[in-house]
Design a protein around this ligand. Structure first.
Ligand code: NI
Length: 256
């Protein structure tokens, strides 16, 4: 059994064939898919999909690149979804992003802290997006750690080993997406090798960045199996063993 811990199934690219996509996921051994909102509209979309398809559960949040365009009232509506919708298992995605530079950094930091506090208040885990902002994310998390242990995952981790060690030390899970399968991503594979089996998660981040050998296609939850196969090689264990660990970790973190 596999769990795809990070997807965006509300994306236009799934509008025509979502039921078929989810059937293929189930046929590939995926028995849970987490769909994460990136703003209020898509958080509502994620909840709607989770309420429609038993395979799917949701997370709600305002992703850092959407922090500037969030309107007054959007955050309160996200909070309400998180509090009232039983299929919301996590808060996010949230985090910091200096790569796209789409929202002023102080606004990103403000939202990041709100998500962490909401997650803490609701006793749910939160999902961290970090792009070219590793030092800032670690700094914020270290600050928040003072208020109690963190229950979170670094999603589609793309940072270096030093950052990974800091995150592991704070008790975070590390999730790897299709990028880790790319021939040029040897440093990412070196990082994955160092992540203990009891902290490792897998995801597709679909529809983006499909893994080898389906790279370039629209990504979908069934393809998480390719990333699992690669990580098993990296860790030098069987695919079945890697599946068992990552699935158990996802169940523990997201209480599935
Ligand atoms: Ni995402």
């Amino acid at each position: 059994m596999l769990i795809d811990t990070h997807t965006h199934l509300f994306d236009d690219r799934f509008h025509k064939d979502l039921p078929a996509v989810l059937e293929r996921a189930a046929a590939a051994g995926v028995d849970r898919v987490i769909c994460l909102g990136i703003d209020l509209d898509t958080s509502r979309g994620a909840v709607e999909i989770a309420n429609t398809y038993p395979l799917v559960v949701a997370a709600v949040g305002i992703q850092p690149n959407h922090a500037a365009e969030a309107k007054a009232g959007d955050w309160d509506a996200v909070v309400k979804l998180a509090e009232s919708e039983p299929r919301v298992v996590a808060i996010g995605e949230t985090g910091l992003d200096r790569y796209w530079d789409r929202a002023p950094f102080p606004a990103q930091e403000d939202y990041f802290k709100r998500h962490i506090q909401l997650a803490r208040a609701l006793r749910k885990p939160f999902v961290i997006h970090c792009r070219d902002a590793e030092a800032d994310v670690v700094k914020t998390l270290r600050g928040q750690e003072a208020n109690g242990p963190l229950s979170a995952v670094m999603h589609s981790f793309s940072g270096d080993l030093a950052t990974a060690r800091e995150c592991l030390e704070m008790g975070l899970y590390m999730s790897f997406a299709g990028m880790v399968t790319y021939p040029t991503a040897q440093n990412l594979r070196d990082v994955a090798k160092e992540v203990p089996l009891d902290r490792l998660l897998v995801e597709t981040d679909c529809p983006y960045l499909a893994p080898q050998p389906v790279r370039g296609k629209r990504n979908e939850p069934a393809y998480v199996a390719h990333t699992v196969a690669l990580l098993a090689q990296v860790k030098g264990i069987s695919v079945a063993e890697l599946e068992e660990h990552t699935t158990r970790n996802a169940r523990t973190l997201f209480r599935l």
